[in-house]
Design a binder for this molecule. Structure first.
Ligand code: NAD
Length: 242
């Protein structure tokens, strides 16, 4: 069971992209447990209880805009955006095709931009908002075979800092939550060898649970975190230190 860190007001409209599984699912469940009204923009599939479904691919600008318009009409102004949808397509640098590079950037970076651009409209009008982007420790430290993924994730740091400079005076914060390795479908694909190697390098000695990432997202999205903006908050068991 989840437990609230912040005693902020509940009942906010929260949009979490890609909430059907993994970290996004845990984040959506957390906001529902905190008493918020949660919608997901996603590609389909089974959702946690209490999450409203809006089908769209974040690579499609018109579909993203239409999904936000529908959410605003059905639920009201969006106060919190959690841009979680993301993909990996690992390949060695010298073998990586344009398609392998650009398709990852199109979801993780441009897809995030499309959601942020549309969500910010209502936040600017309301002079209030919380934007939380799912980065990765790989965006800070890099990863072999992940030039596409790490480039897409480190670019989110520049994005939240520009948003903070542009919209900070309007009651809007933007931050990156950067997980290390989390127990999800994304990491279930790792070989035992690779997993063992990572486990040796993580001071916590284990991968994170999706709930441990959701708890930090919940705090950054709370009223209590109003003076945290343009920050990168690792949730990595100490992996990225130094
Ligand atoms: P996951 O693959 O389990 O879930 C990703 C979700 O994004 C899925 O529901 C998928 O449908 C959705 N998605 C992908 N492309 C989409 C698109 N074009 N349009 C709409 N939705 C789309 O991954 P996860 O492990 O839960 O990761 C969630 C986020 O956290 C990602 O941004 C990922 O990069 C990041 N992250 C994960 C880890 C990890 O160890 N799992 C570590 C660091 C960062």
């Amino acid at each position: 069971a989840t437990q609230s860190i912040s005693a902020g007001p509940t009942g906010r409209v929260v949009v979490v992209t890609g909430a059907a599984r993994g970290i996004g699912r845990a984040i959506a469940e957390r906001f529902v447990a905190d008493g918020d009204r949660v919608a997901t923009i996603y590609r389909g599939g089974d959702l946690p209880k209490g999450v409203e479904a809006y089908v769209a691919d974040v690579t499609d600008s018109a579909a993203v805009d239409a999904a936000f318009a529908a959410i605003e009409k059905d639920m009201g102004p969006v106060e919190v955006l959690v841009a979680n949808a993301g993909v990996t397509k690992d390949q060695l640098l010298m073998r990586m095709s344009d398609e392998e590079f650009e398709s990852v950037v199109d979801v993780n970076l441009t897809g995030t931009f499309r959601c942020v651009r549309r969500a910010s409209k209502g936040m600017i009008r309301a002079r209030k908002g919380r934007i939380v982007l799912l980065g990765s420790i790989v965006g800070l430290s890099g990863g072999p075979g992940q030039v596409n993924y790490s480039s897409s994730k480190s670019a989110l740091v520049g994005m939240v800092r520009s948003i903070t400079r542009e919209l900070g005076a309007r009651g809007i914060t933007a931050n990156v939550v950067a997980p290390g390795y989390v127990e999800t479908d994304m990491t279930a694909a790792l070989s035992e060898d690779v997993r063992g190697h990572y486990l040796k390098t993580i001071p916590a000695g284990r991968f994170a649970t999706p709930d441990e990432v959701a708890a930090v997202v919940s705090f950054v999205a709370s009223d209590a975190a109003g003076y945290v903006s343009g920050a990168v908050i690792p949730v990595d068991g100490g992996l990225g230190m130094g």
